[in-house]
Design a protein around this ligand. Sequence first.
Ligand code: GAL
Length: 608
Amino acid sequence: MAALGLSWVRIGEFAWTHLEPTPGNLSFDWLDRAIEILGGQGLKVILGTPTATPPRWMLDRHPDMLAVDRDGQTRGFGSRRHYCFSHEGYRQEAARIVTMLAGHYGDHPTVQAWQTDNEYGCHGTTLSFSPSALAAFRVWLQERYLSIDDLNEAWGNDFWSMRYDRFDQIDLPNLTVTEASPAHWLAFRRFSSDQVVSFDAIQTEIIRKHSDRPILHNYMGTELGFDHFKLGEGLDIASWDSYPLGFLEDRVTADDDHKFRFMRQGDPDYQAFHHDLYRTVGKGRWWIMEQQPGPVNWAPYNPAPLPGMVRLWTWEAFAHGAEMVSYFRWRQARFGQEQMHSGLHRPDGVEAPAADEIRKVIEELPDRPDVETPVGDAALVFDYASAWGYQTQPQGASFSYFDLVFTWYKGLRRLGLNVDIVGPGFTDLAQYKLILAPGLMAPSAGFLSSLPSFEGTALLGPRFGSRTPDHAIPLPLPPGIPDMDCTVSFVESLRPGARRDLGNAGSYINWSERLEGTATVTLSDGDGFPAVMSNRKHHYVAGWPDDGLVNTLLGTACAAEGIAALSLPGSLRTRHDGMTRYLFNYGPEAERFDGLEIEPAGVAFLSL
Ligand code: GAL
């Protein structure tokens, strides 16, 4: 590792069975030795807490610690993440092993950072319908609503005679005859997110008592189960696990042509979206904890990256402000579930292709100053609670909150803009010339009250302000934008292929809204109905824009704000830090920019 030029190693995240082979018998010798060897080579260790993989004996102690799925089936032992976040006994076990580990390694000179658990939410593990979850949910409800009458009122429980007399009558929202109340589901999702946050807080509190090293967690791509902004408040750095080829097959919504074209490169915007998101979650500090080095094992198809892509992904992360990029994994494992997952070495220890690309990045690094992350050209609001609201009541099979936000993000990237993704608590609007809040379901009072004095361009909607925090339709009717007389009079979802034509400007797809009011109509549909209504430079966008409409609206916004937009060839992406422009060619053929030819999977650095 040292010879390759690496400086950080993450270890121990699944090692509980070795750390404590039988209950109470701790065995740290092997890890002491490993850390000594790594430290002896000048490597720094990120030590993982092993709570994602409790040993088999743990189930003998806590047979009811397993999570239960939505159908009421217990999720068994034999893989990983086999625990329910709400189980008190398991929380204590987690606290116990973290106390031992932090006590032993807290000030070890080689242990320079901590990772809590591993990929919270992975394998659909945020929601658990266990008896422990039920008990904790009732307590959570009582704390949130204080009285059962207030809960009945907030949830609208007169509907279908659903009123409760006491908190201990409330069950989890699965296994109802038909859909449970959306307010019930939304409350359960909020609760489940809070359980992840409080589980993590148990660990961070203990680690901080023993260690002053930074603590982080490795987040995932499109993981919407818990509020990352809230979890991130308790951590020092955000990190995420970036698997561009797996995600393209597994998580990105796109047609076959797109997936075919980018199958060896990954979606050109998906990584960047998460870089920009986790930079905010990490309050400015973020790392890549796991970078895909070659084929993975878990997507429907697992192609090898185009030569050069491991270097490109690494540089793209640095360009977005990553302080560190680490690769998963050092050596491909011969056994177990991930034996088809490549690493920097083959199972026989011989180097795999990624190693050379990493060597190249390490050679290039000294010539490049650390990247700055200036305030972006645009701020795009991302809100986990909105995702939960629309998961609960999508009102259209193609309505995905993530995809709606990502549609706008891709539009901003087509123009070569730097984007900051911000959380729903965002109120510092004045820093930006352009802000976007698509689908923001229940905007905070702070955000709403900052809008009137915001002098830049705001693109709000669709479904902006469409629900209260308890998932009721607000009155007066949405969107409730201050100083804008505009009301959504009805909404409709559109099947794939259907569109609402806005002439040359583009179309609405998936989702469309009818507007009324006296605000200025800035765009109309073919039938003369308002499609965008505006007050000064604040615009309500009454539908899900196709790419053409995104281009139209962003083009107008950039012109109004004097934001210099680029015209980038289709597969080129860029970010700049005021001194250097980084260019990334995601395409399988060479692209030209500013007289420069950039090879497939190539990276270029332009001084500004
Ligand atoms: C992540 C995880 C790793 C490994 C990897 C495979 O989800 O943190 O442990 O499973 O994916 O791509």
